[in-house]
Design a protein. Structure first.
Length: 456
């Protein structure tokens, strides 16, 4: 049995025997952040018993690791006083995220259980737009004055830093609370105790605004490589901080959302295993219907070339080949461009540079696939008469069409995300299936137009 399974079993046994003294002794050597993931796997009934007997900070740490539904069920098993103690102990950002996912009436009921101070903090955070920096920030930071000595600042940190979210950064503010700088705590530890805090400042710091989108915050975190960033109001006053652990959650959520959109589906907004079946079908059906209607245009496009297809029926053999090649090239380009755009590797104003790269790449890729298709038909014609009477013309048609279709697919796949971004939409909406559908329709037109000039 693994160490994690062993501690989980021992905790469950102690809870069953209502041995809370033994439970506290068992959990004492563990840090809340280490034991929380293990305890969060216990059944809700055992968790409720644990929360009644363990210290509030441990209960809050475990609570943060639970799934949203499990949190809701757990609060129902606790008394009002126990729920209030737990909610008051939670970090403001974690509490706000939890309450945001509840029905309004239930959220208001839980907010009423908070202490006046924590209630005001929660209401202030919930007043910010959803998915904004304001909803994610915490007020658990340490701020010092520039006129203090390093010794005074360290004494203040020792007194007030115990329950702060992070002590990696110490913020320097003036008497009005305006942010002057952020200083790494190691500079305090290495400086002479009599040095003034102002002497440690360099004035180089980045800030977030409470209304900033969380994607913008993620980009700034990547740019400055910080464990925490301050959030300031319009007057420059420090009102909170956002920490890297929250940004890791944002990065995971954004990546999940983009991947789901790449697959031709709306973002689920909930775990796949817990989302209601009707809701999942609804989110997947809308895109499938749209893509299906788009693919119906393929039949419409083919109907315009019915006579040409009848004259050279062999062309129909290569329709799946040439069309899928264009769709694959478009999907590749869309994926690469969307990811590069998300990582900030280029700006929208660089669209011409991206177009030139994809024109060159699409042409070269088309030559490779076209050359393979040409050689395949020529070699196969040595052993079969299926391409008679003019295998060379068939090979030239397929090879030339592949160059054009792959080039067009690459161009469309790279430009469509930029167009959507310019219009204010999510570039991930131009998912691989969507690009492939568009290229299917236009690819048929390119294919039969080339055939019209070469074979007919």
């Amino acid at each position: 049995m693994s160490a994690q399974a062993s501690i989980k079993t021992e905790v469950a046994t102690l809870l069953a025997n209502k041995d809370f003294a033994g439970l506290k002794a068992k959990l004492a050597p563990w840090l809340p952040s280490d034991i929380a993931p293990i305890l969060s796997e216990l059944p809700v009934e055992q968790l409720a018993a644990l929360f009644r007997g363990c210290p509030p900070e441990l209960a809050a740490a475990v609570f943060s690791y639970l799934e949203h539904d499990a949190k809701h069920k757990l609060l129902k098993t606790l008394t009002q006083a126990q729920s209030a103690a737990l909610l008051n102990e939670l970090p403001p950002d974690d509490r706000t995220a939890f309450l945001n996912g509840l029905p309004l009436d239930l959220a208001m009921q839980l907010i009423s259980l908070l202490s006046p101070e924590e209630r005001k903090v929660t209401q202030d955070l919930l007043a910010y737009p959803e998915h904004s920096v304001g909803r994610m920030m915490t007020l658990d930071y340490v701020a010092v004055r520039p006129g203090w000595t390093v010794r005074e600042a360290l004494d203040y940190i020792r007194t007030h830093g115990y329950d702060r979210e992070t002590l990696n950064m110490v913020y320097v503010t003036d008497e009005a609370g305006r942010l002057l700088d952020d200083v790494r705590v190691r500079r305090f530890l290495l400086a002479d105790p009599q040095t003034k805090v102002g002497a440690l400042m360099d004035g180089n710091f980045a800030t977030l605004a409470p209304a900033d989108d969380r994607e913008k915050a993620l980009q700034i975190f990547r740019q400055y490589d910080r464990v925490a960033l301050p959030v300031t109001g319009q007057d420059g006053r420090l009102i909170g901080i956002v920490t890297a652990d929250d940004m890791l959650d944002v990065a995971a959520e954004e990546a999940t959302e983009d991947i789901q959109k790449f697959g031709g589906s709306e973002a689920l907004d909930e775990p796949y295993t817990t989302i209601a079946l009707p809701k999942m079908v609804q989110k997947r059906a809308s895109w499938l219907v749209a893509l299906f209607l788009g693919e119906m245009l393929t039949a419409t496009a083919m109907s315009y070339f019915e006579d040409e297809l009848a004259k050279a029926i062999v062309l129909s053999l290569f329709i799946p080949l040439v069309i899928s090649s264009g769709g694959n090239a478009g999907s590749q380009a869309a994926t690469l461009v969307i990811r590069a755009l998300a990582l900030g590797e280029f700006k929208l104003r660089d669209w011409w540079r991206i177009m030139r790269r994809e024109l060159a790449a699409g042409f070269l890729l088309g030559l490779i696939l076209g050359g393979i298709g040409f050689l395949r038909i020529i070699i196969w014609s040595r052993f079969s008469h299926i391409y008679d009477p003019s295998p060379l013309l068939v090979a030239a048609t397929v090879g030339t069409a592949l160059v054009g279709i792959v080039l067009w697919g690459s161009l469309m796949g790279s430009m469509l995300p930029l167009i959507l971004k310019r219009l204010g939409f999510d570039p991930a909406t131009s998912s691989a299936p969507f690009v492939a559908t568009l290229v299917d329709v236009t690819g048929l037109i390119i294919y039969f137009t080339v055939a019209l000039f070469i074979m007919l």
